[in-house]
Write a protein that binds this ligand. Structure first.
Ligand SMILES: [Fe+2]
Length: 194
C-alpha cells in the first residue's frame, strides 16, 4: 500500500478550502466513490485511488473563471499538503488532451491515469441520468446508462471518448458502468440521490 501524507478527512477539508459550490463538491465525492469501487474490482489500493478521485480537481474552484488555468495551482496546493510527485502527476494527467495548463498534446499511458480520467468523467453521465430519473440511482441499470452514453444529445458536455478509456483497464463499457453505478449508489445520500 502506498502511503498518503494526509487523512481522507484532511483531504476533504483541503478540497473544501478551495471549492465551495455544492455541484463541484458532489462531483468530487462521486469521483472518489467510483475510483474506490474500481480499485476494489481491480484489486488495487482503494485508499490511494479514492484519494485521487477526491482531490483531482482541488484547484477548480479558484481557476474555473479562467479554465485554461485549471491544474496550474493544483501542484503547489498538493505539494504543500505533502503529496509526492507521483501522486501529483497522476492528478494532472486527467487534464491531458484539454486546453488547460498546457496539457493539450499530452497522452495518458498508465492504468491509474486512465482510471482517474474515465472515473471522473463517468460521474457526469450517471448524475445527469439519475436526475432525469427523479434522482433515483438505487435501481439504475447499466443498460439504461448505455443508452444515455450513446445518445449524443444527452449530457452533451460529458466526453464519451474519455469514458471509453476504461477499456485500457481491461473493462468493457458495461462492466465499467456497473462498477461506477455501484460506487455512487454507496454514497447516494451524500450527493443528493436516492
Ligand atoms: Fe473532475
Amino acid at each position: 500500500m502506498k502511503t498518503l501524507p494526509i487523512s481522507r478527512e484532511q483531504a476533504w477539508e483541503l478540497v473544501k478550502k478551495y471549492n465551495t459550490h455544492q455541484k463541484d463538491l458532489t462531483h468530487y465525492l462521486e469521483s472518489e466513490a467510483v475510483m474506490k469501487e474500481l480499485a476494489k474490482h481491480l484489486k488495487e489500493d482503494e485508499v490511494y485511488w479514492g484519494m485521487l478521485g477526491l482531490v483531482h480537481d482541488v484547484d477548480w474552484g479558484i481557476t474555473k473563471e479562467n479554465t485554461e488555468n485549471h491544474l496550474t495551482k493544483a501542484p503547489e496546493i498538493l505539494k504543500d499538503a505533502g503529496f509526492d510527485e507521483e501522486f501529483i502527476n497522476i492528478v494532472i494527467s486527467h487534464g491531458y488532451g484539454f486546453d488547460v495548463a498546457g496539457l493539450k498534446d499530452k497522452k495518458r499511458t498508465e492504468k491509474i491515469q486512465y482510471a482517474l480520467a474515465a472515473s471522473e468523467t463517468i460521474t457526469g453521465l450517471i448524475h445527469a441520468y439519475a436526475l432525469m430519473r427523479g434522482k433515483r440511482i438505487s435501481d439504475m441499470q447499466s443498460k439504461g446508462l448505455k443508452k444515455k452514453f450513446k445518445d449524443k444529445t444527452f449530457a452533451t458536455k460529458v466526453n464519451r471518448e474519455i469514458i471509453k478509456e476504461c477499456e485500457q483497464l481491461g473493462l468493457d463499457l458495461n462492466e465499467f458502468f456497473e462498477i461506477a453505478i455501484e460506487g455512487i449508489k454507496k454514497i447516494k445520500d451524500k450527493v443528493g440521490l436516492e
